[in-house]
Design a protein around this ligand. Sequence first.
Ligand code: DGI
Ligand code: FE
Ligand code: FE
Length: 196
Amino acid sequence: MAKDTDRLTLYKELEKQLKYSRFVHTMGVTFTATSLAMRYGADVKKAELAGLLHDCAKYVPVDEMERICREGGLEISSFERGNSALLHSKAGSVLARTKYGVTDKEVLDAIRFHTTGRPGMTLLDKIVFIADYMEPGREEAPDLSIVRPLAFSDLDQALLQILSDTLDYLEGTGKKIDPMTRRTWEFYKTMVQTEK
Ligand code: DGI
Ligand code: FE
Ligand code: FE
């Protein structure tokens, strides 16, 4: 987003590309991410761009997601194959680069890891991951009244809470859990406890 005209064009383009409910979610993630960026001194424009594009591949058919990842040079694990919940973030980071012209690696990584997180997340990764979970349109998570204020006082504690709740939720549904989601949780559990 070099110029403001590009920025406004992107908002308009996403409104066209996404289902209306997904566009409203995207707006929620974008302004939550920019607020967190202001709070923690992250780059506000990068937070805006990553928030806007984080779900840009959400409605791409899953075989197309796989093709986009392969052509973008991202390997697909046997675990991810056929799983659009996991592949839309990876494919989204490729589309952000190839279709929307994003070159910033930090922004592309924040999009790529917004579903599973990763050990050693950057500040921008954490901001987008957390904003995705707690934006105003989210209602289903059990602990939002804890996570929302916590995110503005202790970002890593909020991250750990979200990871624990996501794992509990996935275990409850019997869905297979990506090894990356577990590794991220283990990493932050150890880190947050060691800090105490
Ligand atoms: O795209 P969104 O709906 O805004 O949110 P998201 O990208 O965080 O998550 C998409 C879905 O992926 C959500 O239902 C939770 C799920 N998910 C997160 N980690 C894992 C996972 N699903 C599976 N099967 N395994 C995981 O490890
Ligand atoms: Fe997503
Ligand atoms: Fe999302």
